[in-house]
Design a protein around this ligand. Sequence first.
Ligand SMILES: Nc1nc2c(c(=O)[nH]1)N[C@H]1C(S)=C(S)[C@@H](COP(=O)(O)OP(=O)(O)OC[C@H]3O[C@@H](n4cnc5c(=O)[nH]c(N)nc54)[C@H](O)[C@@H]3O)O[C@H]1N2
Ligand SMILES: Nc1nc2c(c(=O)[nH]1)N[C@H]1C(S)=C(S)[C@@H](COP(=O)(O)OP(=O)(O)OC[C@H]3O[C@@H](n4cnc5c(=O)[nH]c(N)nc54)[C@H](O)[C@@H]3O)O[C@H]1N2
Ligand code: SF4
Ligand SMILES: [Mo]
Length: 885
Amino acid sequence: MTSSIVKTTCPYCGVGCGVDAKLENGNLIAVSGTTDHPANYGKLCVKGSSLHETVDHEGRMLTPMLHGQPTDWDTSLAYVSDKMKAIVAEHGPDAFAFYVSGQILTEDYYVANKLIKGFIGTANIDTNSRLCMASAVVAHKRAFGTDTVPGNYDDLNHADVVILTGSNLAWAHPIVYQRLANAKKQNPSLKVVVIDPRKTASCDIADLHLPLKPGSDAFLFNGLAHHLIAHNKLDDSFLANHCNGLEAIQQTVINQTLQQTAQDCDLTEDQINHFYSLFANNERVVTLFSQGINQSSSGVDKGNAIINCHLLTGKIGKPGAAPFSITGQPNAMGGREVGGLANQLAAHMDFKKPEHIDRVARFWNATNMAKNEGLKAVDMFDAVADGRIKAIWIMATNPVVSMPDADRIKAALQSCDLVIVSDSQAMTDTSQYADVCFPATTWAEKDGTVTNSERFISRQRGYLLPPGDAKHDWQAICEVAKRLGYEEAFNYENSADIFREHAALSGFENDDERDFDISLLSQISNAEYHNLTPIQWPVNTRHPNGRSRFFDDGRFYTADRKANLIAVQPRLPTYTPNSGQVTLNTGRIRDQWHTMTRTGKSARLLEHIASPTVQIHPETARQQAIANNALVKLSDRGISYIARAEITESVRADSLFIPMHWNDMFASHARANSLVRPISDALSGQPEFKHSPVTITPLVAQWQGWLMTNETFTPDSDLEWFRTPLANCTLWELISEQRLPDMAWLRTQFSDMDDWVHLQDTEGRYLSAAGFKNNRLCVVLMSEPELPEMDRNWLKAQIGTEFETKSDRLRLLAGVPADPASQTGRTVCSCYQVGEQTIINAILNGEADSVESLGALLKCGTNCGSCIPELRALTLEHQAKENAA
Ligand SMILES: Nc1nc2c(c(=O)[nH]1)N[C@H]1C(S)=C(S)[C@@H](COP(=O)(O)OP(=O)(O)OC[C@H]3O[C@@H](n4cnc5c(=O)[nH]c(N)nc54)[C@H](O)[C@@H]3O)O[C@H]1N2
Ligand SMILES: Nc1nc2c(c(=O)[nH]1)N[C@H]1C(S)=C(S)[C@@H](COP(=O)(O)OP(=O)(O)OC[C@H]3O[C@@H](n4cnc5c(=O)[nH]c(N)nc54)[C@H](O)[C@@H]3O)O[C@H]1N2
Ligand code: SF4
Ligand SMILES: [Mo]
């Protein structure tokens, strides 16, 4: 047996953790955190620790597909290039578009951008980073003259105050969250403030939580600027030497008094004062911001309102002091570096500067250089819908799920002449609308670089062979480019070739005019590229070993090298709900990644939250007569979303929260974005995913229930459903609004069972049934007007096993084990598979009374630590119950 370890980078979030992939005989058998990687120092969260469970070939796209039929690369490439040539010849270059992703590697991104902007001659390339980071990019450019993230994760160790605004760090960036929790442990005087309309898992370590009115952040930060000015907390020398625009700020915030802010944000004056004095009276403050800020029709202004407060007080460019936009995807930053957004050029150059266009054109020897910005994502799909764009190539993103007003995306793709989808998975909500599908390699197979939130460039290394005919995304792009006649410009041998060219462009005629400069890497050999260790850009003669912090010299990237304070007029979301409506907030859960094409394959990751839920405040629930765990329907503009209610005081009475992840592969009516309206920030084009108006009503079912089976099953079209793949079978949650359950239907669905046992009441409203083939349990249905009780882990263990006697078979129909002590409940700790009931029992029996003692007893929380906030909440809740009893 041969075994080895390959050092690579996690393909999920922008934390960018180093991963040691352990191989035996060429197979990935385990993963662990790389101990000397600067992002994670050996730690991995639950998603990272499950990577080895997602690399099997099940569901992979293995060959190119043309009009739904498998084909070969030659045929599909010829089809695509002929059709593209014809479309561009007839309608011009703007009839073509690329819609790419922060999940491709820098090298893929670089060639996509080069092909379309330098050779096809249009800037119609945009990325899903538009949905993610675009507002922060514009805020950075307005303030700093460039898109730079000034700080780094280590700043958390030096900070006196850390503010999380619009960020659920505990679930979305778990390893940075753990670094913050550790920093607080080392330095108990470190204060954490969470600003979020919702009480999230990140509040576990917060000293202060401000549940502000949705979308009111700019009022809060303008109020902070008012406070800083009124209390003489400005850094006068920093402002005089390094900033423009103080006067305009003074004027705009003059009326944003404490009283006014309390009213605008629906917070108390005490809450706000507490926050303001923490910011004002501490030198070292880090403000981490993410989608609660960016995904808003005023996302750019919110970003600048935050940055203003850091500039006013000189809290930037110093250890422990920075505004910190934390990026979502593993290579959102790399995409920004190569210019993957429609309004960027390459290497942090800009369409607004003709000399930049000329410079990039000369560097590329471009035959048809784009001269103007292209269409941003929402406008791009509008142009597909109305026929201005006739060909679109979608790569590593699933817009039918992730774009706002997602049903319109479906319709747009249906009407488009040429839809090309490059994906690693065969069946996605988007690939169904493709004329041509290109099978892509993915993590573990592809080779290149990614840049994380703190500007570290790390290698993703390919160590598994591509399955079937899958190719790297850069190869597919170059093959098309060559067939379009651009052989010379796209003749790369490997990803190192592309990286060297990208690095050279970053330094081309630069001389510190542009922050992004990695020119010292432009001459590295293939071997050096192969062995590249993480390095933080810039990497040039001035900073040969990288630079950990920008603006420590007070020099920004504007014409006069001063930062700009940007006066902003705060405003609320575009749609404030009418009476009868509430604000729909959407976002992430701990164990799922976006549209679930990868994390949905891991049964372990589906155990934390198995089906979509709507977080709803008790008051809203009471008004609508909605019980906990009952089915609810959210509606807007004739579109419905169906999920279960989770009644919780964590959300405000004016809001609901749903996960963004579920889609048509996992549920009949749970694509969040079918409800989200396509409203965008006018400056950044980033959609307002966090604030859509909806109505909520109870859903009355004739029956609802569980169907667990290891046989194929396709729900009838009049049923509503959620599907959860488990390790050995599939769990369907079925709902019928129209008819009662019946055995005849079940027998037809599973016609080759050789025995059934069932129980049904005389009115036919309750039915439990189990079907057997060769004595083995193959299917269980339990249905009632309300959701029946069922122990998933126990029942799952029965599927596929032999049941000899009728009495054993009948016992299954209870859905729970005869001995209640063996019930484990919903999984809380995914790493060690520890169920909620097991944890509660340990607390109630007095065996454990803290996160630490639970860990010592059951191991829960001792690997990735992602479940620690929930363990603490369970300890508090059940100890309180025990004390009360
Ligand atoms: N588990 C998991 N982790 C992920 C991802 C994933 O899919 N799953 N995706 C990655 C990606 S691409 C991204 S972009 C990041 C996103 O990371 P985050 O931005 O942290 O995640 P979200 O859950 O989208 O939104 C964060 C919070 O914004 C809050 N919010 C809503 N409206 C407002 C508001 O008006 N003001 C404020 N202050 N807050 C508001 C929401 O209640 C939510 O708790 O996560 C990354 N990490
Ligand atoms: N309602 C709502 N909607 C949102 C958000 C929200 O908070 N709320 N957040 C937005 C944000 S921040 C983001 S980043 C987006 C994310 O949304 P998407 O980008 O649509 O999400 P993913 O599921 O990550 O899609 C990645 C696709 O690429 C495929 N893939 C994986 N690796 C590779 C590869 O190497 N090559 C190729 N060609 N394909 C690959 C995967 O199988 C998958 O189909 O969603 C946005 N949409
Ligand atoms: S925090 Fe988790 S998902 Fe993000 S990079 Fe690290 S291991 Fe991957
Ligand atoms: Mo994102």
